[in-house]
Ligand binder design. Structure first.
Ligand SMILES: NC(=O)c1ccc[n+]([C@@H]2O[C@H](COP(=O)([O-])OP(=O)(O)OC[C@H]3O[C@@H](n4cnc5c(N)ncnc54)[C@H](O)[C@@H]3O)[C@@H](O)[C@H]2O)c1
Length: 367
């Protein structure tokens, strides 16, 4: 199979979808890898390493999209890439379609076979290709949140860990999944007071077991959210209802009750966010102030730490890419429930139910 890896074009997205080790495995198994010139530079990997691994270095994105049977990317295509997509082409990347209806439409119109990293699901319900980026984003959320609280960032001027004789900062995390637990680890590490809310009692019990008395856990419901949010110096959103738009859990009225200069980092912004006042931002202008609160809504947080993120991501994406390349699209999907779950759009149809319902489009199961 001809596999193409274009350079990422989303603002300040420096990750790349494959590392030289991955190129080597694909080429050893008889595939051709087209790699866009300088696509690895942001992650600190020069073209020469890809060339040595067996890739053909291609100057333009147009050539890559034109010649490849499968495109491997990191982030969802943006408008400038829509015209490059081709009928029958496999697109293997993060998509988050519930939040980007125009991309869903473009994929349908172009007849692309689009597999979303974030909905590839194992039989135990876990999402192996979302996990490493959620680990990165969850940890980074506390780092950027701490920065937002600094006076020169427009924040109230608070150190999350406090110092002896002075209160610690309060971190409230809604959603105790992979993002939530990683945020909790970092916040606890900084010495903050941490509360995690989740709707899953089993998950709360697990968090309680591993953190013990270093965090508080609470059932996520409107009453507890209304109590906790106004007390938060840093509010982190990390909820997920797989494939669907994030539920709105924190109203503008609640945000208004937070102390001026507090901060909100809604990691779930890539699924629309769960805080009424959050909107998507980019690494160029990551924050804005609304209702006196610093908001951070970057949709590709791991893009800012591309060395860590590229290796963490490609560790888990390569296996499925090899399956697709070795077996071809239909056989690979036939053999793998996980890959079938990943298929969001196929030849003009939405094949993932939660995406269809979020976008009010017809769902058709892949067969
Ligand atoms: N912005 C970024 O750069 C970035 C990076 C990685 C992940 N994400 C996003 O972060 C979000 C969380 O990802 P994850 O891997 O942690 O998912 P996860 O499935 O591991 O965890 C989600 C948690 O949310 C909980 N939840 C669901 N509804 C809830 C509610 N009403 N109240 C409280 N908790 C609720 C679930 O029980 C689960 O524990 C996703 O939207 C993901 O796409 C964003």
């Amino acid at each position: 199979m001809i596999v193409g890896v274009p350079k990422e074009v989303k603002v300040r997205e420096c990750r790349v979808a494959i590392v030289p080790g991955g190129v080597k495995l694909l080429t050893q198994q008889g595939h051709k890898v087209l790699f866009q010139k300088n696509a690895g530079l942001g992650a600190g990997i020069p073209d020469e390493s890809y060339r040595k691994a067996g890739a053909e270095i291609v100057p333009s994105a147009e050539d890559i999209w034109q010649r490849s049977e499968m495109i491997i990317k990191v982030k969802e295509p943006i408008a400038q890439e829509y015209p490059l997509m081709r009928s029958g082409q496999i697109l293997y990347t993060y998509l988050h379609l519930a939040a980007v209806p125009e991309l869903a439409r473009a994929l349908m119109d172009k007849g692309v076979r689009a597999i979303a990293y974030e909905t590839i699901e194992l039989s135990d319900g876990s999402l192996p290709l979302l996990k490493p980026m959620s680990e990165v984003a969850g940890r980074a959320a506390v780092q950027v949140g701490a920065r937002c609280l600094e006076k020169h960032s427009g924040g109230k001027g608070l150190l999350l860990g406090g110092v002896p004789g002075v209160n610690r900062g309060r971190v409230v995390i809604i959603g105790g999944g992979v993002v939530g637990i990683n945020s909790a680890k970092m916040a606890v590490g900084l010495g903050a007071e941490v509360t995690v809310l989740d709707v899953n009692q089993g998950r709360l019990a697990y968090l309680d077991d591993i953190f013990g008395s270093r965090i508080s856990t609470l059932m996520s419901n409107p009453e507890n959210i209304a109590k906790e949010v106004p007390r938060a110096d840093l509010l982190i959103g990390g909820v997920l209802v797989t494939g669907a738009k994030a539920p709105c859990l924190v109203s503008r009225e609640l945000v208004k009750q937070m102390d001026p200069g507090s901060a909100i980092v809604d990691v779930a912004i890539d699924q629309g966010g769960s805080i009424e006042t959050i909107r998507p931002t980019t690494h160029d202008e990551p924050t804005y102030c609304e209702e006196g609160i610093i908001h951070y809504g970057v949709t590709n947080i791991p893009g800012n730490v591309p060395q860590t993120s590229t290796y963490a991501l490609t560790n888990v994406t390569l296996g499925y890419a090899l399956e697709l390349a070795n077996k071809g699209f239909h056989q690979a999907l036939k053999d793998s429930n996980a890959l079938r779950k990943g298929l969001n759009v196929c030849e003009g149809k939405i094949t993932y139910e939660a995406v269809a319902s979020a976008l009010n489009l017809q769902y058709q199961a892949y067969s």
